[in-house]
Structure formats: structure tokens, C-alpha cells
Design a protein around this ligand. Structure first.
Ligand code: 4AD
Ligand code: MG
Length: 482
């Protein structure tokens, strides 16, 4: 007999059918009821054994974490909490799991609540918890939906390079890729490391963004997007930063900033709606989990909406759009500014917004997602289109409740002279980016794009609060286990 996924078994198979399932034991009660989960769904199936007629040696091996294959009859359940169960005819333990807590090799996931911090230390096993299996099923669904929306809209997916010689964001937070001997690297006359002898004959790094290459493709294929890993050596130990994270970067020829905002808003709404439509069981579980967590919080720290309400809210409401300058004005007049409650002061035009300011705008002032545009050129990247005022650029950041910045993008500077001038002002090596400048010489067009941080989107959709819990194997400063 072929084995059947528990998800299928619970939704498609009629009682009275012979079935075979394979999975891991979550719990084993009264020497009789085994809860088996195979990861296909948040739900486990209960397998009931006739213990009087089962070999006691086999019974001892049915422990939390053990893997097994069960054959039996699917029947309507007598007990509460499940509609069907399996009456076991044959049971085979495939891999044992030590359950004696006095033994050194005891299974670390005993059936009780574990803290998220503890589970991060056992990231190789945390997939087996309800929380993490739900998170990673949703992560898959969001990956699929991302490709689907862009494909449906006529975009082409471009695989931009992971190893690159250019610093797209100009922030210098890159990881070096080198095969030179670290102890004794070759040196030039000036005594500096001679990277001309390195693997690529030049300095190479892991990419911080696929944007520059995506732009090249957009200026021929019109509508493209990248979806890949990006790497940043910024030493920030926050709940929203990873050293390795995934980013979606659409880039569209002939689009201006308004088109760009429309696309990003539609993109985010589509993904949230997709999750509501296709991940209902997992979201219901995570919703309840978040509600339980809230009970431990002080009243003023509790969120006004549940996870499911927040998701529905995003789908139902237009995002607020305003300029950076208008936002600074609101922030300076705000209660926390007057009462000096912000950790970072909002000094005025030119202040780089911190997540506390972004979250004030979204959560307290507008109570809606916010798109801020037209930032001062000094705090944004060289490639953004310069406004006529000479001080701002066509940037846009999308700010989400509980997250802060989820999207960063802009209309691009398509005018060769203006771009070159800005690169010189910002010490971006024009010689090395000759190919980027070339596209502004030959048939240049207005174009725009953005980067959506995938883990930040997942924080929003799953209600988790730390990016380390939506990335299977998070990379952060001083941490690259697994
Ligand atoms: O705002 P950023 O730096 O924009 C870019 O990289 C542009 N090249 C995008 C573009 O226009 N094509 O990053 C974009 C998004 C942020 O809004 C945030 O969601 C996410 O990427 N992000 C991070 N996510 C996790 N960990 C980090 N260290 C992140 N840095 C940025
Ligand atoms: Mg940004």
C-alpha cells in the first residue's frame, strides 16, 4: 500500500478506507493513543493501538520524536478534537528517539512548551514543532505566490549574480569573497593586498542587492524581478536584521514612482490575501499562539488587532502616501517628540528615520501602512532620481505595523549626466560601473523598482516577532551554526 500524506488523509479520505501513514510521534498517551505528524499540515492524526495485542518491546519504542510507519483502518473518531483516527493493524518503528530525560542523548523536544530562544539553539529540530512547521509552510506558500503574481503580470524572473564586484547600495557592508591565502596574501608595491592575483582578478563580494543587474534586464525585457539571497555585513543585532536575507526586486521600464507604489501595494496585498486563502489552518494556529503570548504582556503593550485582523486590514485599506518632509513635520509635532519619548530625536529635514519613528507613523498616527516618498538625497543611494528641488530624490519606503520598513525602492536616475554627477559626489566608482552608465547612453528610459524584504514580509504574515524565527537557519553576527 502507498503511504498517504496526513493532510490528504484528513481532507479527502473517507472513513472505512485502509491507509498507511509515515511520520514522527508527537505524543503517546495511555499506551494507546499515538499522535503522528508528517509536516504536511499543522494537524496530527491519532493512531489508536490495541496495546494488549502489541509486543511490549515495540510499545517501549513508541516515544516522542521516534519515526514510524503505521497501517490501519481510517475510522470516525470517538474522542474529542479530531474527526477521524486510525485503528492500527501494523506498526513499524523506523528510527528510535531517546525519551529518558536522565540520558544524555534524550530528544530535546519533549512535549511541553519551549521558548523560541531555546528552539533557535536546536534549529535542526525546530521544524518538528507546530510553530515552525507552520512558519515554513507559509514561507513556501509566499515564495510560490510571489512567483505567481509576477508571472501572471508578465514579469520575467532574472537570476542576478550572488558574487559581484559592485556595491549596489554604496553602503560598504559587504562580505569579501576571496581565495587568497589569508595568512600570507600577495602584496603590491604599496604593501596592500594584491587582489589582481585573487580568483576574479579583482575585489569580489557577496551581493547586497540584485538591483543594478535587474535594471539592465528591465531595459530590454521591460518587466523583470529577482528573488534571491542578499548579504549584508551590518553589525546590527536587531529582531529585523539578518546578515543573509532574501529579497524580491521588481524593476519596470517606463514606470515612474506612482506606478512603483501601485505595484508594491498590489504585490503586498496579493501576498497577504494568498496567505489568508491558502494557509488558513497554519494562520489559525499562529493567530491563537499570538493571542496566548499577548496574555503575558502588559495591557498597553498588547496589539489592538489579532494577527488575522491585521492581515485582513492590510487587504481592505489603501496605504497612506505622503512625503518624507510631511512625515518629519508630523513627527516633530507628535506627543512622543514633545515629551522626549523617542530614543532618537527628530531634528528636522535630513534626519534618518529610525524604526521607532516609522512605527509611530504607522501604528499611532495613521493606523495604516504608510508609503513615504521623496527623501533627502544625502540619506539615500546614488541611483535614485533627483527631484527638481535639488535636495530630494524619488525614493519610497513602505512602512508596516509592527515591522517598520518592509519595502525600499525608487524611481531610478535615467539621465546620464545627473547620474554621473551624483556618483562622483558620492564617491561611487563610475569606472567600475561603466556598464550601468552605458544603459543611460543607449535608449535610456524612466524606470522604477523596489526591494521587498522577504523575512520582514514573513514576520508580518506569521505574526512572529524576530527574523531569526522565519529564516530556517539564520545568519547574524557571531552566529552561523547549522
Ligand atoms: O532598502 P534596501 O536596502 O533597498 C535595496 O536594497 C534596493 N536595492 C532595493 C531596490 O530598489 N531594488 O532593502 C530593501 C528591503 C528593506 O526594505 C527590508 O525589508 C529588507 O530589504 N532588508 C533586510 N531584511 C533583513 N535583514 C536585513 N539586514 C535587511 N536589510 C534590508
Ligand atoms: Mg531601505
Amino acid at each position: 500500500m502507498e503511504k498517504i500524506e496526513i493532510k490528504k488523509l484528513l481532507t479527502e479520505i473517507k472513513p472505512g478506507t485502509e491507509v498507511k501513514v509515515a511520520g514522527w510521534v508527537r505524543t503517546f498517551r495511555s499506551n494507546r493513543f499515538i499522535n503522528i505528524n508528517d509536516g504536511s499540515t499543522i494537524h496530527s492524526i491519532q493512531a489508536v493501538i490495541d496495546f494488549e495485542n502489541t509486543d511490549p518491546e515495540l510499545l517501549k519504542r513508541i516515544t516522542t520524536g521516534a519515526s514510524l510507519i503505521v497501517d490501519g483502518m481510517l475510522v470516525e473518531s470517538q474522542g474529542k478534537g479530531q474527526s477521524v483516527e486510525i485503528h492500527v493493524k501494523k506498526i513499524e518503528v523506523i528510527g528510535d528517539s531517546e525519551s529518558d530525560i536522565t540520558k544524555p542523548d534524550v530528544y530535546p523536544l519533549q512535549p511541553k512548551a519551549h521558548s523560541l530562544e531555546y528552539l533557535r539553539e536546536i534549529a535542526h529540530l525546530r521544524f518538528r514543532t507546530n510553530t515552525f512547521s507552520a512558519v515554513f509552510r507559509i514561507r513556501h506558500a509566499m515564495t510560490f505566490a510571489m512567483h505567481k503574481i509576477f508571472n501572471d503580470r508578465g514579469f520575467f524572473n532574472i537570476h542576478t549574480p550572488i558574487i559581484t564586484a559592485s556595491d549596489a547600495e554604496g553602503a560598504g557592508e559587504m562580505f569579501r569573497v576571496s581565495t587568497l591565502d589569508p595568512v600570507n596574501p600577495p602584496k603590491n608595491e604599496k604593501g596592500e593586498v594584491d587582489y589582481t592575483q585573487d580568483f576574479f582578478g579583482r575585489v569580489a563580494n557577496l551581493t547586497v542587492s540584485g538591483q543594478l543587474e535587474a535594471e539592465l534586464a528591465a531595459l530590454a525585457l521591460s518587466k523583470v524581478y529577482t528573488f534571491g539571497p542578499t548579504f549584508r555585513a551590518e553589525n546590527s543585532l536587531t529582531a529585523r536584521h539578518l546578515a543573509e536575507f532574501w529579497m524580491i526586486e521588481p524593476e519596470v521600464a517606463f514606470n515612474d514612482l506612482n506606478d512603483n507604489m501601485d505595484l508594491a501595494e498590489a504585490n503586498l496585498k496579493y501576498l497577504v490575501q494568498y496567505a489568508l486563502d491558502n494557509c488558513a489552518d497554519d494562520l489559525a494556529f499562529l493567530n491563537q499562539r499570538a493571542l496566548d503570548e499577548e496574555k503575558n504582556k502588559k495591557k498597553e503593550e498588547r496589539s489592538e488587532m489579532s494577527l488575522l485582523e491585521r492581515l485582513q486590514f492590510i487587504v481592505d485599506h489603501d496605504f497612506v502616501r505622503l512625503t518624507y518632509t510631511e512625515a518629519i513635520d508630523i513627527l516633530q509635532k507628535s506627543k512622543p517628540a514633545k515629551e522626549k519619548k523617542f530614543q532618537y530625536e527628530v531634528k528636522g529635514f535630513g534626519t534618518d528615520l529610525q524604526s521607532e519613528h516609522e512605527r509611530y507613523l504607522v501604528e499611532k498616527h495613521f493606523k495604516k501602512p504608510v508609503i513615504l516618498t521623496d527623501y533627502p538625497k544625502e540619506i539615500k543611494a546614488f541611483y535614485m532620481r533627483q527631484n527638481e528641488d535639488g535636495t530630494t530624490v524619488r525614493a519610497m519606503d513602505i512602512l508596516f505595523p509592527g515591522i517598520g520598513e518592509i519595502v525600499g525602492g525608487s524611481q531610478r536616475e535615467e539621465r546620464h549626466d545627473k547620474l554621473l554627477q551624483r556618483m562622483n559626489e558620492m564617491n561611487i566608482p563610475a569606472k567600475e560601473l561603466w556598464w550601468y552608465l552605458d544603459t543611460r547612453k543607449f535608449g535610456t528610459v524612466p524606470h522604477a523598482g523596489y526591494g521587498l524584504g522577504f523575512e520582514r514580509l514573513l514576520l508580518f504574515v506569521t505574526g512572529m516577532t524576530n527574523v531569526r524565527d522565519v529564516s530556517a537557519f539564520p545568519r547574524t553576527p557571531k552566529s552561523a551554526e547549522f
